[in-house]
Design a protein around this ligand. Sequence first.
Ligand SMILES: Cc1cc2nc3c(=O)[nH]c(=O)nc-3n(C[C@H](O)[C@H](O)[C@H](O)COP(=O)(O)OP(=O)(O)OC[C@H]3O[C@@H](n4cnc5c(N)ncnc54)[C@H](O)[C@@H]3O)c2cc1C
Length: 463
Amino acid sequence: MSKPQIVWLRRDLRMADNPALYHAAQAGPVVAVYVLDDECAGDHKYGGASRWWLHHSLESLGKSFGARNSRIVLRRGDAVEELAKVAHAVGADTVHANRHYEPWWRKAQGQLKDKLELELYDANYLFPPGHITTGSGDPYKIYTPFSKATLEQMPPRDELPEPETLSSPDDWPASDELSDWNLLPTKPDWSGGIADFWEVGEAAAHERLDWWADHVDEYDDGRNLPSVDKTSQMSPHLHWGEITPVQIWHRFKDKRSQGWKTFEKELIWRDYAQNVICQFPAYPKESYRDRFDEMAWRNPNRGHLIQEELEAWQKGQTGYPIVDAGMRQLWQTGWMHNRVRMITASFLIKHLLIDWRHGEKWFWDCLVDADYASNGTNWQWVAGTGVDSNMFSRIMAPLTQSEKFDAAGYIREYVPELADLPDDKIHDPEEHGCKPDDYPSKIIAHKEGRERALEAYRDMKSG
Ligand SMILES: Cc1cc2nc3c(=O)[nH]c(=O)nc-3n(C[C@H](O)[C@H](O)[C@H](O)COP(=O)(O)OP(=O)(O)OC[C@H]3O[C@@H](n4cnc5c(N)ncnc54)[C@H](O)[C@@H]3O)c2cc1C
């Protein structure tokens, strides 16, 4: 009988189109292992919302393995050490894993190679990061030419089916109980809104894709309107690898609509973000344009008033309805509409003049799709500090954005204090003299915040 094959699961919590699982199953009995390694990611250890999703995704995938008389072995600790221990226990010498590009996973992949045979597969992106290069063979730094070159390389790889059979080892190694990992919040349990909003797991991801197949053609017109469900909401499923962009691409490839073409470019943004962290592993922690380190950011750790402003932003109490709706949507559901992510991020960085890394950290803790590459790349894009980014001096006006993208319904949903206001007043109740007493005044006037930000930017440039 062939030797057991270890499958190292990380953000690839699916049965279908899972190259590591597929190839392992062809080579011998499968021992799928998930290691909760809380140390390796340092300050990017999973936040609360991620841990909630991880619990439910592992539970769901565990059932899929169970239905095939197999299981997932759960271990907690140093990933490399635990994999080596499991391999030793079952007499395996090969680990199959899909490539991941977070710096801590690249390091662990390197260490594992010194201990065991490691078969790595390209799995979670349209094309492997680093694969799309310029004419001179360098990776792209800027999204637009990257996107163009990616489109020229289409199609992506073929998708893989679920393995036909999963055979088991003679003996199963010891496994933790998922419930003992305490990934779910208890005191207090803040996850009710998240649980109401999401179905987790591979089957749910494919149900969402079925729903999206009926709506993707409307994406181009609707994607900027937070009041209507006109984006796919596939981001956590993609992040956790419950579905792959390759599966999505093959599902839609024959569509001709502008909606699909725009959506395809968003999937390419996801690939682009990985491409960025492959080149700049510390990108979510360090401004690419390092002269921004000289910017006179208002530091929440150095003044309680600034700390209070950061908290007002986090809690959705800024007095700007669109910002507050977004931040409350994030807290309640673990997700925020993309247009509103841009508005809230811009507000923190520019109106409050707080370093983008404070926002990156809050999103990292609160998003169910918190992704090292996508979060860092987008925060630096909004801040104007990135390798490819909006100019710092382009400051979004939250009130204008709210009107332009017709956010009244969205505000009503997440800011109940304002639910009775009519469409023409809800974007700026203070200006219209109808601000309810239980809704805060603006934390800073738009003009004042804008001018302060521009002055700090000018000082940085001349300094
Ligand atoms: C400040 C900020 C932080 C962000 N942090 C994250 C994050 O941690 N994780 C994350 O997945 N996305 C992040 N995004 C990108 C984007 O907001 C989300 O991917 C999107 O809102 C998810 O909703 P959706 O699935 O309905 O997206 P759709 O509009 O349906 O797009 C389809 C898919 O394309 C990908 N995608 C779309 N836009 C982007 C983008 N700008 N960058 C990278 N991928 C994209 C996502 O995987 C998404 O699921 C961030 C954006 C901003 C402005």
